[in-house]
Design a binder for this molecule. Structure first.
Ligand code: NAP
Length: 295
């Protein structure tokens, strides 16, 4: 039997409806709109597109968004000043620094400037540290990994005690997903480019999270029958049949994987819609906390 599809579009739509209603409630109580401040440095077209998508998503649920756009030769001082201005702005409740930053910028120093109360991307080194420490609570968890966890929970299967394999160990996806799965009491293996016999490791997993950045890298024959497969990958590949000349595929070969997996996400329509939704949820949460509204 082919795997059940975990429909990220549908889950994200449901959560956005709840966020929109909660934003209306917040605005009615406070007379304020939740506000997101975005710092974009450089002229990377993909980053500019993500920033536009985030602005549109904010508008749809009643969150105000403001972007500070800096040139690709921006100085460290300019990036940190932009963050500081948002920290000091009472109309801004959440701050997102769009990554990657230009090479000359010290990313850790820039991210460390974000006020913990406004770190809605959950990417401040202190928040990531807290995520990995027992008995500590980060102010916010990062958007994509939080979306991944919700999609796994959607299957109704128990994470506790499950064998989970995360392929990829990046700061924004692989590492925090692995920490969140550990916190949910899965037994977690983190794989990366130096992992030996990756297919054999993946075959042990009840839950597979692929965050590699390689098109259709994980194939069906790597999977345990019935595994939950969450495909974070978003890779553009040439496609002459599409008007644009390209299409997006994940890190998992969907056609073969769905014949073996129990539950699987699609690309597009899986993790992608969840990422922005989690950013909206965190921005609302930040505004509620700052305004002293009970969550
Ligand atoms: P990244 O920073 O490039 O990290 C890729 C990870 O994959 C690294 O840890 C790397 O290992 C590992 N890797 C590379 N080749 C490998 C191989 N042959 N075998 C095993 N592991 C290998 O990428 P990222 O930022 O985490 O993003 C991963 C994917 O998710 C990309 O397709 C990206 O576009 C997508 N993404 C999607 C969303 C969304 O909202 N849908 C959000 C963020 C990212 P090493 O550490 O050893 O180099």
């Amino acid at each position: 039997m082919p795997a059940k599809i975990i429909d990220g579009q549908q889950v994200a739509g449901r959560i956005r409806g709840e966020i929109s209603a909660a934003v209306d409630d917040f605005t009615a109580k406070t007379g304020l709109m939740p506000g997101l401040g975005v710092v974009l440095a450089g002229d990377d077209p993909a980053s500019a597109m993500y920033v536009r998508m985030k602005r549109r998503a904010c508008e749809r649920v009643g969150i105000r968004s403001e972007a500070r756009i800096l040139p690709s030769d921006a100085t460290q001082q300019a990036v940190e000043d932009a963050v500081r201005a948002f920290n000091d702005d009472p109309a801004i409740h959440g701050i997102l620094v769009q990554l990657p930053l230009p090479d000359q910028i010290d990313e850790e120093a820039a991210l460390s400037r974000i006020s913990l109360a406004k770190d809605v991307d959950g990417i401040h080194p202190v928040n990531i540290g807290r995520l990995g420490m027992r008995g500590r609570e980060p102010s916010f968890t990062p958007a994509t990994p939080t979306g991944v966890m919700i999609l796994i929970e959607e299957t109704g299967l128990s994470i506790e005690g499950a064998q989970a394999v995360v392929i990829g160990r990046s700061n924004i996806v692989g590492l925090p997903v692995a920490l969140m799965l550990t916190n949910a009491n899965a037994t977690v293996t983190i794989c990366h480019s130096r992992t030996r016999d990756l297919p054999a490791v993946v075959r042990r997993a009840d839950i597979v999270v692929a965050a590699v950045g390689r098109p259709e890298f994980v194939t069906g024959d790597w999977l345990k029958t019935g595994a939950v497969v969450i495909d974070v990958g978003s890779n553009s590949v040439p496609d002459e049949s599409s008007d644009k000349g390209y299409r997006y595929v994940g890190d998992v070969e969907f056609v073969t994987a769905r014949t073996v997996a129990g539950h699987i996400t699609k690309v597009p329509g899986g993790v992608g819609p969840m990422t922005i939704t989690m950013l909206l949820a965190n921005t609302l949460k930040a505004a509620q906390r700052i305004a002293g509204i009970d969550l």
